[in-house]
Design a protein around this ligand. Structure first.
Ligand code: APR
Length: 246
């Protein structure tokens, strides 16, 4: 990563009216939250089809909840890092949108405003059976959960984590907000492997709509060749460096 690339990105962000940032698991790596596909990533040790699908939950809700309880316990011990803090500050500026794929809510804990959360939250639940009142998510931050697996407070059936599982659709309102935010001057992706759609398609849309596109990642991704500038390094170092130049 060159100083020129860094100051170029800072200048673009500083002069932009509309800035959209999209983050992935890499932004929380420095806080101690495991990523999915990187070294030590969750999908290196577990099979998504065993833990992150409706079928897996129907087959063995206790196993799925054991895994989510472990993830909640892990995340509960983590704190937002400088990358979250910079993006929280940026979120208070007009024209800034932050789209997140993470379910750890560290962006929320950093005080970020007006998030577009694409994949839900580890700290929220809904009714697995989809009972009328249980379709609306409720927040439960208790670690450990007193009842395992937890029940829906409305119908007594199984509660499920309010996260988007593989094979499930995202909330259309969130997808629309994310899509609308691709109409921007700068579109920056941070710490995502750019493999999971529809999130991975947003940088293509932003580029097609004329935005200056940039990426921050410790590794190369399928988006690296597409974007105007790809900054190689840890988000918790590069974002504060960009912020200082603005
Ligand atoms: N700074 C910047 N990038 C980092 C850092 C860091 N400190 N640490 C890791 N990375 C990068 C990795 O190189 C990788 O490209 O972050 C990326 C994390 O990729 P994934 O683990 O695939 O996570 P993500 O892209 O968020 O996954 C998308 O897939 O499993 C589903 O729903 C889940 O939201 C998730 C989605």
């Amino acid at each position: 990563m060159t100083d020129t690339a860094l100051s170029d990105l800072a200048a673009r962000v500083a002069s932009a009216r509309r800035v959209t940032v999209m983050t992935g698991a890499g932004v929380s790596a420095a806080s101690g939250v495991p990523t999915f596909r990187g070294p030590g990533g969750l999908w290196r040790h577990y099979r998504p089809e065993d833990l992150a699908t409706r079928q897996a939950f129907a087959r063995d809700p206790a196993l799925v909840w054991e895994w989510y309880a472990w993830r909640r316990q892990t995340v509960a011990a983590c704190r937002p890092n400088p990358a979250h803090e910079v993006l929280a500050r940026w979120s208070r500026r007009d024209g800034h949108t932050l789209i997140i794929q993470n379910v750890d809510d560290l962006h929320v804990r950093a005080g970020t405003r007006d998030l577009v959360r694409l994949h839900g939250s580890l700290w929220e639940m809904t009714c697995f059976n989809g009972c009328e009142r249980g379709t609306r998510s409720w927040r439960d931050e208790r670690v450990p959960l007193p009842e395992m697996p937890p029940s829906c407070p409305h119908c007594g059936g199984s509660a499920r984590p309010a996260v988007v599982w593989f094979g499930e659709s995202l909330d259309s309102a969130d997808v629309n907000r994310a899509f609308n935010a691709t109409a921007c001057d700068v579109f920056l992706t941070v710490g995502t492997s750019a493999l999971v759609y529809p999130a991975a398609g947003l940088v293509h849309q932003a580029r097609a709509r004329g935005a200056f596109t940039a990426e921050i990642n410790v590794d190369e991704t399928p988006a690296s060749a597409l974007v105007d500038v790809s900054l190689r390094g840890p988000a918790e170092e590069i974002l504060p460096a960009v912020d200082q130049l603005i």
